[in-house]
Design a protein around this ligand. Structure first.
Ligand code: APR
Ligand code: PHB
Length: 390
């Protein structure tokens, strides 16, 4: 097979890139290890920056997000049982975020790709990429027992943290930066109304909590747990009791519990690979970087990579200019590192690190007092949360 841009991975990064390129008349082929249903079954975050929402519009897939997504003008931080509102709109000159699940973003993109008749090979095993340091990159995979060979002009590695693309780069051509946190998030999804109409990030001596949502009737909650915890040991009842013990009294009173639709534990990690381009191979999204989920930046960073990459490729095909391609990695990384910094900072601010409170815990307390007491500090938080400019 021959295509212009081979995209490895049909998560939000790969699908959004495919859609933007399709609209510019550039042919893409997506190869994805899993089935479409499997991709849709993964429950991930759900807060879209305005820039991400605008990119969805630009890709022609924004209609359902605009109709069903929840516009949020603020969120809350709960500290010592007291809730403090961060007024995003007032602090950022009118900006906010849209709460719309990544699953729905993916579903809308899959529907658009099917309607466009653009090809995706699902359940593609043993994907290999070759010769991306030459003018003629190649790839192969096995679909239904048959080996498929692909020639492409470019390869986009949108295959997530565990993908094959980053792993195909020679070790001496790539530098990896990583920080692993000593805890994870236990998440629960349920068809119950949220405790509040805005998200609540909570600091508590038993551990961090997040009260989030997918719709007015579907809630998503998270608890900070030690990495040694196993999800099998968390009955729904135990989860709800622990959550209730950590959230503020008003939220506890509003809490409506119900059976879980999904429950899982995710470790927290900060990770960046540099550079993000190797000849004719580009990394985008989780393939190149991971943030802890505290600032809801994962999906938004994937979208911002895809924005730069789609512009670069469109420039290449329309204007025969390599400027966007040459600047891709540096442009992405400048934004990536700012989001890494913010996600690390908010994680450090809101989680419990030590059983015995020491110097670090006192600094955290001082930082919280400062953020809650200073409008300038809250503005810094707000402008990062709604998304820094491109
Ligand atoms: N071959 C083909 N496909 C692969 C391979 C492989 N070797 N390895 C992984 N994939 C697929 C995965 O099955 C998955 O569908 O690549 C896709 C990667 O998707 P995501 O992990 O969702 O990553 P991405 O598209 O970058 O999405 C942005 O940021 O913080 C997160 O939650 C956020 O998942 C979201 C991500
Ligand atoms: C979620 O709803 O899953 C969610 C929201 C905000 C975050 C992280 C996760 O910061």
């Amino acid at each position: 097979m021959r295509t212009q841009v081979l995209i490895v991975g049909a998560g939000p990064a790969g699908l959004l890139l495919g859609q933007l390129l399709h609209r510019a008349g550039i042919a893409t082929l997506i190869v994805e290890r899993q089935s479409g249903d499997h991709v849709l079954s993964r429950i991930r975050a759900g807060v879209l920056e305005q820039g991400t929402a605008e990119l969805m519009d630009e890709a022609g897939v924004g209609a359902r997000m605009r109709a069903e997504g929840l516009v949020h003008d603020g969120f809350a931080l709960t500290v010592d049982g007291q809730r403090h509102r961060i007024d995003l709109q007032a602090l950022t000159g009118g900006r906010g975020v849209i709460v719309y699940g990544q699953t729905e973003v993916t579903r809308d993109l899959m529907t658009a790709r099917a309607a466009a008749g653009a090809p995706t090979l699902h359940e593609a095993a043993d994907v290999r990429i070759n010769d991306f340091d030459t003018e003629r990159p190649r790839a192969s995979c096995v679909v239904g027992g048959e080996t498929v060979h692909v020639d492409a002009d470019f390869i986009a590695g949108c295959d997530g943290f565990h993908g094959v693309c980053r792993a195909s780069v020679p070790a001496d051509a790539i530098r990896l930066f990583e920080k692993v946190y000593p805890f994870g998030w236990l998440g629960l999804l349920s068809d119950t109304p949220p405790v509040s109409d805005e998200l609540i990030y909570g600091r508590h001596e038993r551990g961090f909590t997040l009260c989030s949502m997918r719709s007015p009737t579907r809630s998503r909650y998270y608890l900070q747990v030690p990495l040694t915890e196993r999800v099998e040991d968390w009955s729904d009842r135990r989860f709800w009791e622990e959550l209730r013990s950590r959230i503020d009294p008003q939220a506890a009173e509003q809490l409506i519990t119900g059976p879980s639709l999904e429950k899982s534990i995710a470790p927290l990690r900060s990770f960046v690979a540099e550079p993000m381009r190797f000849g004719r191979l580009f990394l985008a999204g989780d393939a190149a970087h991971i943030v802890p989920p505290t600032g809801a930046k994962g999906l938004n960073l994937a979208a911002s990579d895809v924005r730069y990459l789609s512009q670069a490729l469109i420039e290449h095909y329309r204007e025969r200019s390599s400027a966007g391609i040459d600047h891709y990695s540096a442009r992405c990384l400048a934004r990536v590192w700012k989001a890494e910094r913010f996600s690390w900072w908010l994680t450090s601010l809101m989680h419990n690190f030590d059983a015995e409170p020491g110097f670090q815990a006192r600094l955290q307390q001082a930082e919280l007092d400062y953020v809650l007491g200073s409008e300038a500090a809250r503005r810094v938080l707000a402008e990062n949360y709604v998304g820094l400019p491109f």
